[in-house]
Design a protein around this ligand. Structure first.
Ligand SMILES: [Fe+2]
Length: 378
């Protein structure tokens, strides 16, 4: 046996209920939950006063960009960025992270070149990583170069999750997508005139880009890779996504549209920071209201990892149900049937959390990923 461990004296989330009892794992698999004391194996974590919950599964997390570029225009090496980012993920209780890298026509931070560097680092640091990290490619419709490379990545398993983004002019009437923003200028290092030209050139490629997207989505379906759309805003977007048989929709812009997506059996993903902050930073729907209306399937970290562990404690529903949004449902959408809930025979991915009390946020005390202790503080 390579490793074994036991969490004792915690309140454990099993089968949608909070129960007492130890959780025991051997190697990377949970061997038992509950039962009498005295059956401890290996390393023993005392979780008194804490909840023992399934590890978080994050479908969309792009906060790693701040590890790669801590200040606008200031780039660090991808190897260091991936290593630093792993620390942030672990501290946030995330045991399965879909590192969400934008594949854009922009130079710099969101370019294909940077995406290649991140993909390579995720692969080379995989064995050393304390948690399971996968690649979510956020492909921009109007980025048409090197299309074959993406098809190859889907086929060879480099890419684990695909979303189709369109932030070029003409995708929506939103003014912020028509002119280059200050944030964009900072991250890609272009003058305003050059960025303007880049955006207009990109928009000219949309028709070709949409043909490529159809092929990418077909390829994703063929290989069993989950694929979804990003920021859908209109009924026309829903019709397009139905025709493409999308698996999920990230951040639909209104409650009514989120409900329509769910009715069409397309899973709705919203951001946990939206719950923590009390609303969308882009003027979209309120995630907590969407949960109340049963219009959301999954909450992801979006741009802020620590929000994932906090959001379930702030939602107007029982914790077991709320935790399902950040673990079980996310694992289902990702087609990872070996995790997302705690049960004998499943992957030993769990997080020991001191629950939120009053204004004091919940605190991650220990994280176990694949049976390995990723972090543990008393
Ligand atoms: Fe967006």
């Amino acid at each position: 046996m390579k490793r074994a461990g036991t969490v004792v004296r915690g309140t454990v989330l099993v089968d949608g209920e909070l129960v007492d009892g130890p959780v025991v794992w051997e190697d990377d698999t949970i061997s038992s939950i509950g039962g009498t004391a005295g059956g401890e194996r290996g390393l023993v974590i005392d979780a008194q006063g804490c909840l023992v919950l399934p590890g978080l599964v994050d479908l969309h997390g792009d906060a790693f960009e701040r590890c790669l570029m801590p200040r606008p225009g200031v780039r660090l090496d991808a190897s260091l960025a991936v290593q630093e980012n792993t620390g942030h993920l672990v501290a946030s209780g995330i045991t399965t992270a879909f590192v969400s890298v934008t594949d854009s026509f922009e130079p710099g931070l969101r370019s294909r070149e940077t995406l290649r560097e991140i993909a390579m680092q995720l692969r080379s640091q995989r064995d050393a990583s304390a948690i399971d990290q996968r690649l979510h490619v956020r492909h921009e419709v109007c980025h048409t170069a090197d299309h074959g490379e993406l098809l190859d990545w889907i086929a060879d398993g480099t890419l684990h999750l695909l979303s189709i983004n369109d932030h070029a002019p003409g995708s929506t009437p939103d003014a912020h997508r028509i002119r280059p923003s200050a944030v964009m200028l900072g991250r890609c290092g272009l003058s305003e005139a050059d960025a303007d030209r880049m955006l207009l050139d990109a928009a000219d490629r949309r028709a070709h880009g949409l043909e490529q997207v159809a092929e990418l989505v077909r390829c994703a379906h063929h290989s069993g890779t989950p694929v979804g759309s990003h920021d859908p805003a209109t009924e026309a977007d829903l019709e397009r996504d139905r025709a493409l048989a999308m698996d999920f929709a990230e951040f639909p812009m209104s409650l009514a549209l989120a409900e329509r997506y769910r009715a069409a059996a397309i899973d709705v993903v919203l951001g946990a920071p939206n719950v923590v902050r009390g609303g969308s930073h882009l003027g979209g729907l309120r995630a907590a209201a969407a949960v109340e209306q049963n219009a959301v399937d999954v909450l992801c970290s979006d741009y802020h990892y620590p929000s994932m562990v906090q959001a379930p404690f702030l939602l107007p529903c029982p914790l077991p149900e709320a935790w399902g949004l950040v673990a079980g449902a996310a694992a289902r959408v990702a087609r990872l049937d070996d995790r997302g809930v705690l049960a004998a025979g499943l992957r030993a991915d769990l997080v020991v959390v001191e629950p939120r009390t009053g204004d004091v946020p919940a605190r991650v005390r220990a994280v176990v990923s694949g049976g390995r202790i990723a972090t543990w503080t008393n």
